[in-house]
Structure formats: structure tokens, C-alpha cells
Ligand binder design. Structure first.
Ligand SMILES: Cc1cc2nc3c(=O)[nH]c(=O)nc-3n(C[C@H](O)[C@H](O)[C@H](O)COP(=O)(O)O)c2cc1C
Ligand code: SF4
Length: 641
């Protein structure tokens, strides 16, 4: 890009000037110390991104009051004892010329029980739709105390050197639960009318303004759409946000959806430009600078958002987790080197919401930046990797980046393994961007790649590697069912790779886990009548929590699904499924087996006999798991050798 790249133009935000339009959005990492103070690993996470100079960093949500802690190892800003760590973090970020704001939050009714270890508080005792403890209603005295805790936290932020603060007023956390008629059932001056529901937020803004003065930037992070049927309408959103602006916020940072929204907001299913029209409409209404995240995961989309007037600043949360160097790569015109976030939610949301620290499916060092060995090895080794799936590719890249001499052999004609398959079903194509990234990264890192080349004892003898890494993936599990072979039977992974499906309209998929459902959706999209038979009570039990609801809903719309199927038997020409006391009869044209995957034993013996000084087995050939696991194991082994 040239100097006129809109992403690289400066922008005035209150009394500070940002060098570019690229904002790192807040992401709770669960990397702080247990007492809420800044830890080494949180510092590493932030600094890995600060050195690449985004225009602004908004630090992850920090709890303003002990009752507002909602995540394991969440950052705090609720007492002065936390100031030394915060001050050190701010000055480290400033040393790279990057401004940093902190986000002030009370988790309210979304607190994880293991993090809060007390009953959550909320405007009313309305239990969320996600698994959390039932909250209790706040008293008027407690509300007044909480308002003051925001002011005290803002004062503390200023003392620590933060360039501004952001009030978290969305996503279903405490402030937004006051705003919403769904969560707020109060009958006092904090509930009922729109003005009453907005009172808590407006009191916070007033108190924060008083604490930090008129010039200090105060952003309000606010839902443009709550994606809650019983929540605020668009008109109410505009009215409440206008009140916030009238009370003196410097800018608005858009949020979409609550964590308990029943419709998808952040997954692969949502088109990446989905929220642009709404953002553009709100920006027109607001007359203050607008920051917008949500799906602007490529530089092209980010530019589009700025050009169409959807926002003044582009926010990146997950893209900055996936690639800390994102702003630098844009500045240096190396956009094809960006490691893309694929919106899988497995390593980030999926982990933090379960009480684990953040990581990433595509960036194995996210959340453990300090573990990556940057020093060059004293001995350059000859590394041979057998298998070009995600584990093998990542192992090869990491080992080569460290300076080793690496060769990767893949038996198939193409690289990718389970990653290639993952990108085939409907709504899963974003995995392809990660595969493309890895394929391009291999030669960049200096890996010699040979496809269509199985590892043989002859090849091993010729190569004489110091390190041998076996990454041969998984194979489909079999199902011994007498008579089943009277139909054409295909493993699910084979079906996904078929350029054209065999004839026959009625297909039965045996196994309703993730692969079974994805294959069912794939078949339905190609005009097949699909039936899924699953022995468990629920479908797609092995899918990530974020994908499961959408996948199950879509498959139920397009296919017939039967759960708790205790037995399947062949009564030719019928297939009979037993569900409780009922026998259900099908006459399929073809059958798909999706009854799981198991480690591929290939090359096991070769490994045992190999003369290499170091041998490793990684990824699915060790234990069948997801792409995150494969990538992480690959990186760990590459880092170890
Ligand atoms: C792991 C994780 C933690 C998050 N924590 C926060 C937070 O502390 N405060 C907040 O306002 N939003 C938080 N978000 C939401 C993001 O800031 C952002 O709005 C959302 O991920 C959509 O933007 P993206 O598509 O760029 O990821 C978090 C998102 C993730 C993935
Ligand atoms: S875990 Fe998935 S969604 Fe989260 S940042 Fe990484 S690639 Fe993106």
C-alpha cells in the first residue's frame, strides 16, 4: 500500500492523535495474576502487539469492583495496589509510541462461578441463558457504590498513565443489563422507562468525567445491536447512546450481540461485512468518532469499512490475537504474510469463557509469547517431517524459522490433511485462508516440501535426519455392522472430497458428531435427502460451543436427525434404527460413516527402527483432536528441536 492508505492515516481522538486507524480491541486473556495484577504473561501478550504499533490499544476489560470480577485470572483496577503493574505496562507500551486505554468493566450476571466465588449481582435476579449462577438484585446503596468504583478506577487509570478509558456498556455485562428491558425488571428509578434504565450508565459517565476532567478521552463501548429479541430496539439504542454522548463521551466503540444471543454474531457463519450497514447508520446518528470491530478481518474489509463511512477507526480483536504483527505487515506492504483469524472461536472465546487462558487455533504462541525460543540453535539439525497436515506443516515452519534444515514429505498430492477437509463443508471455508497461509509460509521459512512422497525406509536411509517428526494424522474409524456393505458405504472424510456425488437421493449418515453433521450439511447443500443417526442424546457434542448451536440448527432445517439411537441393524433392503421402543425404517441409496477418527498407525514401525537421535509423533496420529491441538503440538515440537 502507498502512503495514502486510509488505514495508515492519523486520527484525532479527543486530546490525542493516533498515528493510524488501526485499533487493537480489548480481549480478556485470563493471563493476569490471580489477584488481578499484571503478570509476566499478560505483559508479553500486550507487548508482542505493541511493538508492531497499532494506532491504539484498548486493554482488556479490568474489573472496577471485587463483585465485578467475572473471569479467571482477569485483570483488575479496583484498588491502588494494582497500580505498579499497570504503570509498568503502560510505560512499556508508550516506549513504542503507542497510546493505550484501559477498559472499565463489571461482569454482572455473566461472572464465571469459579472466578467470582460469590453470587453475581445484577439489576434484577434475571438468570442469563448461558450457564451461570443466578444473580441477586443490587440495592440502591450498592448501585451508588458501584458508580463511585468506576470513577475511582478511572482516576487510577489516569494515575497509571493510560491515555484514556473505555466504559464497557454492552455484551450483557452489568451496565448493559441495566439498559435492557429483558434483564432489568426493577421498579425503582433504575428500571422501567428508557431514562431510568439508562440512569446507571449516565451516572457512571458523569462520575468518570468528574474524576478525570473534561479533556481526558472517555470511550463508551456500546451495543449497536443486542441481538436479543426482548432487548432494546434500534430506536432505543439510538436514544440511549445519544444520552451517553450528551453526557460527554469522546467516542463510541461498537459492540454486536450479547453473550447469550440466540443468533450467531462472531462465528464463521456470519458474513464478514454483515455489520457494516448498521454501523454506517449509527455513525450518521452519533456525530462522534466511531470504532468498529466484528469481522473486519482482512485489510481490504477494514479499508472498506472506513471508505463506506461505517467507522472512523477499525477495531481488531481476534485478528490481533491471530497475528500480533498485523499493523506492521500492513505498514510494510506484506499483507499476504498476515496469519488470518478464521473466526473459529476455539482458542479465544472458547477458552476464556470456560475459565482457561486465551490462545488461538492459528497462532500457537498467543497467550504464551514468552515460550517461543528466539535464540538460534547452537547446532543446526536435519529435520524430516512426515505428514503435511496442520501439525506437520506447523512443526516444519517453526523448526525452519529457528534455523534448522527442514524437509517435509506428504504422501498425498496436496498439503492440508484435516485442515483441507475442515474447509470444505458449508460455512467453514475460512479454514482455507489458514491453509493458504501455511502453504505460503513453508517456502518463506525455508522448508523443502515434497508432495506425493510417502516416507519409506529407503528415503529415511538416504536422508539420515537428526530429527524425525511423524505427523500422519488420523483415519476414519470403522463400523462392523453385518450386511451394511450391501449399500455403497463411504467414510465421511471421503464424501467431503468427492468432486461429484454418486447418484441416489436418500443418504443416511451414521454418527451425528461434528464431522457427521458437517457432512450432512454438505450433502443437503448438494440436493440429497439426508438422515442423521446419532447414539448420544445431543448432536455435535465434539463441536466447539460456539459452532454447535448454529450447526445443529442448520442441519435440523435441512435434514432429519435422530438422537439416542441405541441400535442400527440391516433388514435388507431396509436399514432399521432403534430409538427407545420405536423401530424406524429407512431405505437409503447410500450410507456415510461418521463414527469417529482414530490415530493413523502408519510409519509407527519405521519410526521405532529409525536411527534419528530425536523422534516425535504429533497431532492426530498421537491423539485425535482439533486443529488447535495439531497446530500447537507442531509448534511445540518445532520449538523444542
Ligand atoms: C477472547 C476474547 C475476549 C474479549 N474480551 C473483551 C473485553 O474484555 N471487552 C470487550 O468489550 N470486548 C471483548 N471482546 C470482544 C472483542 O473486543 C470484539 O468486539 C469481538 O471479538 C469482535 O471483533 P473481532 O471480529 O475483531 O474479533 C473479546 C473477544 C474475545 C475473542
Ligand atoms: S482462536 Fe480462532 S477465532 Fe480466535 S483468534 Fe484464533 S483463529 Fe481467530
Amino acid at each position: 500500500m502507498t502512503d495514502t492508505d486510509i488505514l495508515l492515516t492519523p486520527f484525532s481522538l479527543g486530546n490525542i492523535t493516533l498515528a493510524s486507524r488501526m485499533v487493537m480491541e480489548p480481549t480478556i486473556t485470563s493471563l493476569a495474576n490471580d489477584d488481578g495484577s499484571v503478570s509476566r504473561s499478560l505483559m508479553d501478550f500486550v507487548m508482542a502487539r505493541a511493538v508492531n504499533r497499532p494506532g491504539l490499544i484498548v486493554l482488556e476489560a479490568a474489573y472496577v469492583h471485587p463483585t465485578g470480577k467475572g473471569y479467571v485470572r482477569q485483570l483488575g483496577i479496583d484498588h491502588d495496589g494494582l497500580l505498579p503493574g499497570l504503570t509498568e505496562l503502560v510505560s512499556a507500551v508508550h516506549s513504542h509510541g503507542v497510546p493505550i486505554f484501559t477498559q472499565l468493566m463489571h461482569t454482572g450476571r455473566y461472572a464465571l462461578p469459579q472466578a467470582l466465588q460469590a453470587q453475581p449481582v445484577a439489576p434484577s435476579a434475571t438468570r442469563p441463558r448461558i450457564p451461570r449462577d443466578p444473580p441477586r438484585e443490587l440495592t440502591r446503596e450498592e448501585i451508588a457504590e458501584l458508580v463511585q468504583s468506576y470513577a475511582a478506577a478511572a482516576r487510577r487509570a489516569r494515575r497509571a498513565g493510560f491515555d484514556g478509558v473505555e466504559i464497557q456498556a454492552g455484551s450483557g455485562y452489568l451496565v448493559s443489563s441495566f439498559l435492557s428491558p429483558y434483564a432489568n425488571k426493577r421498579t425503582d428509578r433504575y428500571g422501567g422507562s428508557l431514562e431510568n434504565r439508562a440512569r446507571f450508565l449516565l451516572e457512571i459517565i458523569d462520575a468518570v468525567r468528574q474524576a478525570v476532567g473534561p479533556e481526558y478521552p472517555v470511550i463508551c463501548r456500546f451495543n449497536g445491536d443486542e441481538v436479543m429479541e426482548e432487548g432494546n430496539t434500534y430506536e432505543e439504542v439510538v436514544s440511549i447512546s445519544q444520552l451517553a454522548i450528551d453526557h460527554g463521551v469522546t467516542a463510541m466503540n461498537l459492540l454486536m450481540g450479547w453473550h447469550e444471543s440466540q443468533k450467531p454474531v462472531v462465528t464463521m457463519e456470519v458474513p464478514q461485512d454483515h455489520w457494516l450497514p448498521l454501523a454506517a447508520r449509527l455513525r450518521q446518528a452519533w456525530q462522534v468518532p466511531v470504532i468498529m470491530a466484528y469481522g473486519l478481518h482482512t485489510p481490504a474489509l477494514a479499508r472498506q469499512a472506513l471508505i463506506v463511512g461505517a467507522c472512523d477507526l477499525v477495531g481488531w480483536a481476534r485478528p490481533m490475537i491471530a497475528d500480533p504483527e498485523l499493523p506492521r505487515k500492513i505498514r510494510e506492504n506484506r499483507e499476504e504474510e498476515i496469519r488470518p483469524c478464521v473466526a473459529c472461536c476455539a482458542g479465544c472465546f472458547g477458552r476464556v469463557f470456560r475459565g482457561y487462558s486465551l490462545t488461538c487455533s492459528v497462532n500457537p504462541w498467543a497467550g504464551r509469547e514468552g515460550e517461543y525460543r528466539t535464540e538460534k540453535p547452537s547446532l543446526i539439525k536435519k529435520v524430516l517431517v512426515a505428514g503435511g497436515g496442520p501439525a506437520g506443516m506447523q512443526a516444519a515452519i517453526t523448526a525452519a524459522e529457528r534455523g534448522h534444515q527442514v524437509k517435509l514429505l506428504e504422501q498425498a498430492g496436496r498439503l492440508g490433511g484435516q485442515l483441507r477437509l475442515a474447509a470444505i463443508p458449508p460455512y467453514r471455508q475460512r479454514w482455507q485462508s489458514f491453509l493458504t497461509y501455511l502453504e505460503q509460509e513453508l517456502p518463506r521459512a525455508g522448508v523443502e516440501v515434497i508432495t506425493g512422497a510417502p516416507l519409506t525406509s529407503g528415503a529415511l536411509e538416504a536422508e539420515k535426519p537428526d530429527v524425525l517428526i511423524r505427523a500422519v494424522g488420523a483415519i476414519p474409524a470403522r463400523l462392523d455392522l453385518p450386511g451394511l456393505d450391501r449399500w455403497p458405504v463411504y467414510p465421511a472424510v471421503e464424501v467431503l472430497e468427492m468432486p461429484e456425488l454418486p447418484p441416489g437421493r436418500n443418504w443416511v449418515v451414521i454418527g451425528g458428531g461434528l464431522i457427521g453433521l458437517e457432512t450432512a450439511e454438505f450433502l443437503a447443500a448438494r440436493g440429497k435427502e439426508v438422515t442423521v443417526l446419532e447414539k448420544e442424546k445431543s448432536l455435535a457434542k465434539d463441536a466447539s460451543a460456539f459452532d454447535r448451536a448454529g450447526l445443529v440448527r442448520r442441519v435440523r432445517e435441512k435434514a432429519r436427525t435422530y438422537t439416542m439411537v441405541s441400535e442400527i441393524r440391516v433388514e435388507w433392503p431396509s436399514l432399521v434404527a432403534i430409538q427407545g421402543d420405536t423401530a424406524i425404517t429407512f431405505t437409503p441409496d447410500a450410507i456415510v460413516l461418521a463414527v469417529g477418527m482414530e490415530p493413523n498407525p502408519a510409519l509407527n514401525e519405521l519410526m521405532l527402527a529409525a536411527q534419528a537421535t530425536e523422534t516425535f509423533a504429533i497431532g492426530d496420529c498421537l491423539r485425535v483432536a482439533d486443529i488447535l491441538n495439531a497446530v500447537h503440538q507442531g509448534a511445540e515440537v518445532g520449538n523444542l528441536v
